[in-house]
Ligand binder design. Structure first.
Ligand code: GAP
Length: 551
């Protein structure tokens, strides 16, 4: 018997409930709150069996696309990228010279009355919501028309329009961080002092808020037996610096020449003041970062290349194009080390119809290698992190360039293009993208519609009933498939309940052994999204599944 395909109902991100998704993740073993039996710990999460598998599938695909089979470069030449796994804790001088000790801060404001502490940008939001509407709105809106929209939304719903927060408030925060005062689009400026004269959310009188103080986001630790300032070290807030520190080691020990990249996946830690939105912003998370070293005069070409490649990569995970954008940073948003940056942004249920960050592709120039290089401002490093470009030397010689210029141009500090993304944030993106409420279907209330290649479990294998020789055939098929793929055998409960469970964990295919199998050696295969059922030959199941997972 075959059953026709039905289209999978599409749900707009703004109609997906994060509460329902978080509940499903807990119920089905994707993500649990960390140390839950002790009441949890804010900003920390544990990945359950299925969440771990999903995360590993994304991680492996990134590694394959970056390190094992990188794309051809802009000139059609193979791109060379090698892998690294550097230590989470490095010499603390690393973070002094990278700028993190001095500059990796959030602005915090204290209330002297309630003793509560707030992030300055969150207080701005508070002012708009609870305080002087006009003050808040006119200070964050781009123009009067937008100010009117915001006022209307606040009056009707008590919230700014959706998508507004992440765009403008985050921008305000960055300006706060950078300049020490807020520059408003309408052309007015306000010092933190002026902002602080308004009331505190939990205070009873005005004038209780302090000036913003910077709060460093790095978590510290004390390796060894003595806990004093001298022995203080940091848990890395990004994997990138471990790559810069090993630039020379890789250059000296591997057969690489500029341009080339070093890629790394691993844990990073940030003492986020307000971890939020499930695993979107946590205090412990995983990153996938690649530093691509290139000659300074080729950096724009490589920046454009990685910008496009990275966008395509996210599409390859099955993320739909309408939920994914590239957003170039304005000059005033750029980090201190960066001369250009573009974010890949996703339309999360909590940002929709706006978008939130997923990956940044930054042009870091020669900032990091120079900062860690012996000489100049750095009296701690014992190594010069520059590069002698032999090919360029020969080319310049052939062009008849004079010796002095050749000497000057062939040794340089490479520029760096950095695609930096969050692995745990990628898990969130795939969870959000796959999450599909199906209230009108029999059985499953939700389908996790992962692209088959990334689904934690690739197939369910069921005997229709637990008798008449069906379990034996199903078990034999399971034993064959389990040597290649993550598959599950399930012979318990009704077939409808078994399908429903597979739908909720996102298993794309279910093979059922029934009475007909025993007669003609065929099985039914059911498609999770379309519910279509077709019969295929039992001895073709393995090849059929291989082909589907290769798509
Ligand atoms: N090396 C550059 C760098 O770390 P970033 O924009 O701060 O740049 C890169 O971080 C990516 O890491 C972000 O795009 C995001 O996906 C992820 N990320 C950053 N902070 C995070 C957090 N607190 N929780 C989860 N993911 C985070």
């Amino acid at each position: 018997m075959t059953t026709d395909a039905q289209p999978l109902p599409r749900t707009a991100p703004e109609d997906k409930s994060m509460d329902d998704l978080v509940a499903l993740c807990k119920r089905r073993g994707f993500v649990y709150p960390a140390s839950e039996i002790y009441g949890g710990l804010r900003g920390f999460w544990d990945y359950g069996p299925l969440g771990t598998q999903l995360k590993n599938n994304i991680r492996d695909w990134w590694w394959k696309c970056m390190v094992e089979c990188p794309p051809l470069g802009p000139d059609g030449e193979p791109v060379s990228i090698v892998g690294l796994d550097s230590s989470i804790i490095q010499n603390p001088k690393t973070w002094e010279h990278s700028g993190h000790v001095g500059g990796f801060n959030d602005p915090l404001i204290d209330c002297t009355e309630s003793k509560k502490r707030y992030r300055a940008d969150h207080l701005l939001i508070y002012l708009i919501r609870e305080g002087d509407l006009n003050f808040g709105v006119s200070t964050v809106a781009a123009d009067e028309a937008q100010a009117e929209d915001i006022r209307e939304s606040l009056e009707k719903t008590g919230d700014p329009p959706q998508g507004f927060q992440d765009k403008l408030f985050v921008k305000r925060l960055k300006q706060y961080k950078g300049g020490g005062y807020v520059t408003f689009k309408l052309g007015t400026t306000a010092t933190p002092e002026e902002l602080a004269i308004t009331f505190s959310p939990e205070g009873t009188k005005q004038g209780t808020l302090t000036e913003p103080r910077t709060f460093n986001l790095m978590l510290d630790t004390y390796p060894g037996p003595i806990r004093d300032e001298e022995n203080k070290a940091y848990l890395r807030p990004e994997t990138a610096q471990g790559i810069f520190l090993n630039f020379k080691n890789v250059l000296d020990t591997m057969r690489v020449k500029v341009p080339f990249g070093i890629a790394q996946i691993g844990k990073s830690f940030r003492n986020e003041v307000t971890p939020r939105n499930f695993i979107f912003r946590s205090r412990e998370f995983e990153q996938m970062e690649m530093e691509f070293f290139c000659p300074p005069d080729e950096s724009q070409k490589w920046y454009a290349f990685w910008r496009d490649e990275r966008y395509k990569w996210w599409l390859s995970l099955g993320v739909s194009e309408e939920n994914l954008i590239l957003r170039d940073h304005d000059d005033d948003e750029l980090a201190h080390y960066s001369s250009a940056c573009v974010d890949v942004e996703y339309k999360y249920p909590f940002t929709a119809p706006g978008f939130g960050e997923l990956e940044g592709v930054a042009h870091r120039g020669c900032y990091d290698l120079t900062a860690h290089s012996k000489g100049g401002d750095n009296k701690d490093s014992n190594t010069k992190l520059d590069y002698f470009d032999q090919e360029l030397q020969v080319r310049l010689q052939n062009e008849g360039v004079d010796k002095e210029t050749i000497k000057e141009r062939s040794r340089y500090v490479p520029h760096v293009i950095e695609p930096a993304s969050g692995l745990t944030r990628a898990v969130l993106v795939l969870l959000c993208e796959a999450f599909t409420p199906t209230p009108d279907r029999d059985g499953s209330k939700y389908i996790m519609s992962f692209k088959p290649k990334f689904a934690p479990v690739k197939a369910g294998i069921f005997p229709l009933v637990n008798k008449d020789g069906m379990p034996e055939v199903a078990q034999k098929l399971y034993n064959e498939l389990r040597t290649k793929h993550m598959v599950e055998y399930d012979g318990k409960q009704s077939i409808g309940k078994r399908y429903a469970r597979m739908d909720e964990i996102g298993t794309p295919f279910c093979f059922t052994i029934d009475g007909q199998t025993l007669e003609d050696q065929t099985v039914t295969v059911r498609d999770r999204d379309t519910l279509a059922q077709e019969r295929i030959a039992l001895d073709q199941v393995s090849a059929w599944l291989d082909a589907k997972l290769a798509e």
